[in-house]
Design a protein around this ligand. Structure first.
Ligand code: SF4
Length: 353
């Protein structure tokens, strides 16, 4: 018999508004009777993909796979202008599920190109969002980890912008690094506020529990960052994609309170399933016997309207009306002098915005 008495789920988990709206748009299109495709998986989650598939939504890798006259939903990461043109030329209806924050980034990039800046984009090469952004600034220099940064040239007028889900500390460090490389440095802080809140809530949870399970895709950068932050806090953590990945009760040691958190593309249903699994396999006699009810209660205590999996239904009218309440305005831009750049050494692992 295990030792886990309680599972707590991080506040403000579940889909971010960008992912939720893209999923909703695909569902609405299919429900309206349109032959609907998503260009790439709208979210890397088996349950969500199966649900979409059951409604008739088919994921395609290339526009050429879509029949003429069918509908293609652009996912939250966005696409290049060339992809939009190609969809129109092929006679496809395009439904734009690009997250409004990402649209803001694309516009900012376009402005930087017009203003003649040498642009550095902090991001994961080949990540779909980065690929889409490069469509607006083909000459931008993409850098990721610190080992990459020596490739950044010295130029008179430089601009720095970031993929939305990069960790804020890395962005700040790169900004400080670039101060010495330019006479004028324009910084667009386009780290998504939803990502920052997710990290803050995860750190708060990690400090309150003895073990934490991070749920999300192995390829998801924002999920990996949550795991890293738990380790910085000093709370043992494991990352899983789904409840079924938890097979060894021994990983929980003698933890009594276990936390569960998830990335921006992890549906709340997965968090509840993981909570139940933890209690079933590693809970005390009472906790294991009541695992389902305790998991439902943990989710009920944690989830906010922002964490809903869909905006299309919901018994609580207040909840279904809150679709946009976690939506920030577009990324802010500010020009800084060399001395005005933020510190490269944040005091805590998470930087408040
Ligand atoms: S993480 Fe932020 S920018 Fe990315 S899809 Fe979600 S809300 Fe949009």
């Amino acid at each position: 018999m295990g030792t886990v008495q309680e599972v707590r789920i991080a506040k403000r988990t579940g889909f971010c508004y960008g992912v939720r709206e893209a999923v909703d748009k695909a569902k609405e299109s299919a429900d309206a009777g349109k032959r609907t495709h998503t260009l790439g998986q709208v979210v890397h989650n088996e349950g969500v993909i199966a649900d979409l598939g059951a409604r008739g939504v088919v994921s395609i890798a290339e526009l050429s796979e879509a029949e003429v006259g069918s509908t293609v939903v652009i996912r939250a990461h966005g696409v290049t202008p060339a992809v939009r043109s190609a969809a129109a030329e092929r006679g496809l209806e395009m439904i734009d599920g690009t997250c409004s924050w990402v649209i803001g980034e694309q516009r900012q990039l376009q402005g930087l190109v017009e203003e003649g800046y040498t642009i550095v984009l902090l991001g994961t090469p080949n990540h779909p969002e980065v690929v889409g952004l490069l469509g607006f600034a083909p000459n931008a220099i993409v850098v990721d980890d610190e080992a990459d940064w020596d490739r950044i040239p010295r130029r008179k007028r430089m601009a720095l912008i970031t993929q939305s889900t990069q960790p804020p500390w890395k962005f700040e460090r790169l900004a400080a690094f670039m101060v010495a490389r330019a006479h004028e440095l324009k910084i667009i802080n386009s780290v998504c506020p939803v990502t920052i809140r997710r990290q803050e809530d995860t750190v708060e949870l990690a400090r309150a529990v003895e073990f934490i399970v991070v749920v999300g895709g192995r390829q998801s950068a924002n999920t990996r960052e949550l795991t890293r932050l738990c380790e910085i806090v000093g709370t043992p953590a494991i990352q899983v994609e789904r409840a079924g990945d938890l097979t060894d009760p021994g990983v929980f040691g003698d933890a009594r309170i276990v936390g569960v958190t998830g990335g921006t593309s992890t549906p709340i249903e997965d968090l509840e399933a993981v909570a139940e699994r933890i209690l079933t396999m590693a809970g005390t006699h009472d906790a294991a016997a009541d695992a389902h009810a305790l998991a439902v209660a943990a989710l009920g205590a944690a989830v906010t309207p922002a964490g809903r999996t869909t905006s299309l239904r919901g018994p609580d009218p207040a909840a279904s009306g809150g679709a946009g309440q976690d939506r920030p305005a577009g990324p802010p831009a500010r020009r800084v002098s060399r001395r005005a750049v933020p510190s490269s050494a944040p005091a805590s692992p998470v930087t408040a915005r």
